[in-house]
Design a protein around this ligand. Sequence first.
Ligand code: BGC
Length: 909
Amino acid sequence: MMAPPLTPVGLRCAHQVNPLGIAPDRVRMSWALRGLGTGRAQRAYQVLVAPDGEQLSEDGNLSWDSGRVESASSGDICYAGEALARGARYTWQVRVWDDQGQASGWSDSAAFEVELDPSEGWLASWIGRGQVRESVSPPAGPGPVDPVAGTLTPAPYLRRAFSVDKPAVSARLYVTALGLYEARLNGHRIGDAFLTPGWTDYGQRVLYQTYDVTGLLAAGENVLGAIIADGWYAGFVGYDAKRAGAHYGKAPELLAQLAITFADGSRQWIMTDESWQSATGAIRHADLLMGEKHDPRLEPAGWDVPGFDAAGWAGVRCRDRGAVPLVADPGPPVRVTEEIRPVSITRDPQGGQVVDFGQNLTGWVRVKVEGPAGTSVRVRHGEVLSPDGGLYTENLRTARQTDEYLTSGGPGVLEPRFTLHGFRYAEISGYPGDLDPADVTASVVHSDIKPAGSFSSSAGWLDQLAQIIDWGQRGNFISVPTDCPQRDERLGWLGDAQIFARTACYNRDVASFFAKWLDDVSDAQLPSGAFTDIAPALTFDRPAAPAWGDAGVIVPWTAWKMYGDTGILRRHFAAMERWMDFIERANPDCLRSRELGNSYNDWLAPGADNTLHELLATAYWAHDAALMAEIADAIGRPEDAAGYRGLHAKIRTAFADAFVGDDGQVASGTQTAYVLGLHMGLIPDDLREAAADHLVAAIGAADWHLTTGFVGVGYLLPVLSSTGHADVAYRLLAQRSLPSWRYMLDNGATTIWERWDGRTREDGFQSPQMNSFNHYSLGSVGEWLYRFVLGIDQEPGTAGFSHLLLRPHPDETLTWARGSYESVRGTVSTSWSRSADQFTFRVVIPANVTASVRVPSARAADVRDAAGNPPASVANFPGAAGTEEAVFSVGSGIHEFTGPAIAGPGHSL
Ligand code: BGC
């Protein structure tokens, strides 16, 4: 009997579901296939795209009919039809043929809307409040002048009333700000996104959002309004004192176009221009680092609904739209993704009430307040408590993270929305009476990247480690991947992002998030071809350090590897080539010793960072060259690929000559030096085993502790597990004394710390100058949990999870592990368990995917699948010398394998 046909589901365009704004060159389609059954596969597909309103069928008026394409690919399908019209809506659907020749029938239809022309499509002008910050003086009073207060100004409120005389069939609001905006129509907040339009280099590219506001329009008078705030544009971010609070401009501005389409086909446009009015309201200031102050008594009640008397409102400052392109936001919106209740409320020595949310997070606190008019309630935020039980804020440097609310006499709610705080604790002072836990909530705010991975095992603390890694990601993926969310920094550091990129992908769906940020990385590229340490670049105009700038190659490669997205490679290939040329020009001898920028080296390695700078730099360059070769192949540029292979071979030789001894010792002898040499394939093949033994000896010499900083840490366990030392990998993982991941856990970490010794039992806090408790870099071990513990990986040379390599690297001391990864082709899950003598491995492989399943065993020939079949072959298991693995090739479906367990020494977890 034939199985039911495969069904295409989960249609996406540019990794988004029904995007309302997308650049024509980003239109790439993908789908998943429903229908698990042994060996189910797609053989061909057909995509239809039609302008909105046209029939979506083969005999309709289509803009693209791909015809039947013989291909197993279900993603990265590039639109190849008629030119897409700007601002237009299209619907699309797909059908597939499976390996039994059955057609699926057409999928449900999906839609996308094309972005406006980045310059021609915009007729609106930038508007803002007439007053800018120069005219605001710091409050007079006793004591030193507050340098921040003078720069914090009330958030402008902007409004425009207009009338609608005919029934509208659709309405779209295209809106952005230099700064942040909250758009409002007839008293309703538009959309559920925050911190819009997001952070870019506003001098090069400004993102905008598109909203379907048809349902909010009314007949007769309507009011379109917006509150705008400084945000990244005119507010504090980073730590450059010279440009504090005004990196791109001094006051926020709004740009909006509302397009209303009527039943008769006619259109009405409402846009920002000199006809708008402005005022200020309850929000006395709003800054990402400093916080928000609300005085509800100053709110012009009803300002955004029809009938409001705006006689007292001022005009607006209006200026030409300028030449900077306006681009539809390709990334996920920032949203409130979770709300958290307090776990306890205590009093600090000063009498303030300290709320513990039990989790270090990024977002803000909502508090219900009722008290005599004019009472000032202040909420300060911190990640940890001082030994006396008060909030510890020294590590915030100049960031204030303080919200303030002046009561109006009646019941009120403090809920900021143009700021962000990194905190687990909130200290609330001035609150009338005792706080009721029911009146306080923490909102978790970040780019809405959906969970992709799950992990659990027989060691509870390991699961906790996986969770705190994910929390670190949530706290820092906010429009750009930042280093930390609390102190006066919060910058898109490239080094941190590249080391964490693969972990980030396993944890959550970051396809469109990285797509957005990689534009920032390219925008920041210097004329020399150098990438910068951070993106958006702010004032960073030096070439990036090794392992930082290399993110410009590594992150696109990772995105392609994980999502099969060649569009991202094509988009950035020229920028990557310029980076490669920049390094080569400066280092013609193939050792990278020049143009190392700030050379952060193995940043924050515990103790002394003894890794040679030139070694680390050269290793990363070689790695770039190897990835560039793969990238060039993936986008059909075989000559470039050959060129980069040649470059890689030359750097490899230079590396070996300069840094690798005949006995496999690597210069400087640090764990990181060995890890980079081995991971990046730079140790001559016949010396790999010896080098891996030296690595283990270096770990042993550190009394089985790691000594890696940001750069070495990510590949440390993967290298150990793939060179026969899985037991050492587990031993490092299980280590409880400093430096170790588990030390953080044992000491109350709920997000990964910036430093191994952020807070120690002996010495207390590390230097407040650099001591974040929410930095994801050292959490790059997450990748190892998925690829090596669960064994969810891909066959070398493949991308997009079409050909899996399911190969767990268990250690005797874990009795089971299970988890899953939501790949672009569907959910992959694995689960293994072992008893004293038996190992069982169970896998679920989505439709249209094949897998090489490798089961570790003391006697691989005795491993059997559920039907009793022996393995296709037996190989040496890379995780532990002297053991074997049974190799099976399987297609989609649920498979189980059982055989004799591996033996070996273990460490109690
Ligand atoms: C940041 C890091 C960053 C580093 C560069 C720090 O201030 O917090 O995460 O990568 O500087 O060395």
